[in-house]
Design a protein around this ligand. Structure first.
Ligand SMILES: Nc1ncnc2c1ncn2[C@@H]1O[C@H](COP(=O)(O)OP(=O)(O)O)[C@@H](O)[C@H]1O
Ligand SMILES: [Mg+2]
Length: 209
C-alpha cells in the first residue's frame, strides 16, 4: 500500500505519524520505505538521529515528480509512506497522484480544521484522474476529555471526507522518541502511544482491502 501523510499545514504531525506508521508496518515484518517529500527533510533528520539498526528505509525525494518515479523508487517494498511537505502545492499534488490513500492529520483546533480545506481541494482535483484514490482524516494531538476533542470529528464532516475512529493523543513520548530517531514501539512497546498508532494502521489497512 502507498500512503501519503499530507496536509499543507505545518506542525500537524505528518512526520510523527509517518515514522511511527512506517515502524508499525516494519514490525509486522513488511519491507517499508519512507519517502521524505519535505524539502526540510524532517524524516531524514529522524533517521540521522537514530543509533539503533534501521527498521525501514528512508529516502529524500522533495520533487514534484514522485508520481512518475514512485514505481521505480518503491520497487520491492510492501508498503510505502510519503511524509508530505508543508505549503508547496506542486509537491503535494505530485504526492497525491503517487498514493493509494491520503492520510490527513489534523489537530483539534479550528485553525487546523479550516486549513485542511487546501489539501481536500487538491484531493478533489486528483480524483478526476484517479477515481480509486482514498482519503481520510486522523485527529492528532487529541487532548482527552475536552469538548474540542469531541467536536473536531463533527467539524470535519463538512469536508465530506471520512474521519478515522482511531485518533492519536497528545503524548510527550512522541517528541521524546523523535529526538532519538526512535518509534514509540521501541520507547514503550505495548504502550498507549504504540496502541494508538497500531489502531490507525489497522483502520488504514481495512480501508484498502
Ligand atoms: N500526538 C503528539 N503528541 C505530542 N507531540 C506531538 C504529537 N504529534 C506531533 N507532535 C509534535 O509536534 C511537532 C510537530 O509534529 P510534526 O510531526 O513534525 O508535524 P509536521 O510534520 O506536520 O510538520 C513535533 O515537535 C512533534 O514531536
Ligand atoms: Mg514534517
Amino acid at each position: 500500500m502507498i500512503i501519503g501523510v499530507l496536509n499543507q499545514k505545518g506542525g500537524v504531525g505528518k512526520t510523527t505519524l509517518s515514522v511511527n506508521l512506517a515502524a508499525s508496518f516494519a514490525l509486522d515484518g513488511s519491507r517499508v520505505l519512507l519517502i521524505d517529500a519535505d524539502p526540510q527533510g524532517s524524516a531524514l533528520d529522524w533517521a540521522a538521529a537514530r543509533e539503533a539498526e534501521p527498521l525501514f528505509s528512508v529516502v529524500g525525494f522533495p520533487r514534484p515528480s514522485i508520481h512518475k518515479e514512485i514505481a521505480q523508487i518503491g520497487y520491492g517494498y510492501d508498503h510505502i509512506i510519503i511524509d508530505g511537505p508543508p505549503r508547496v502545492t506542486d509537491l503535494v499534488r505530485s504526492a497525491i497522484m503517487a498514493v493509494d490513500l491520503v492520510l490527513i492529520p489534523v489537530q483539534p483546533s479550528p485553525y487546523d480544521i479550516w486549513a485542511a480545506d487546501e489539501v481536500v481541494k487538491l484531493i478533489a482535483e486528483a480524483i478526476i484522474y484517479k477515481e480509486n484514490l482514498k482519503s481520510v482524516f486522523v485527529v492528532n494531538r487529541k487532548i482527552t476529555n475536552t469538548a474540542i476533542g469531541r467536536d473536531v470529528g463533527e467539524a470535519l464532516m463538512a469536508y465530506n471526507t471520512q474521519v478515522l475512529n482511531a485518533a492519536v493523543t497528545q503524548r510527550v513520548i512522541f517528541a521524546e522518541a523523535a529526538a532519538q530517531g526512535k518509534s514509540v514501539f521501541e520507547m514503550s512497546p505495548g504502550g498507549l502511544a504504540a496502541l494508538e498508532i497500531e489502531a490507525v494502521k489497522n483502520e488504514l489497512v481495512g480501508m484498502t482491502l
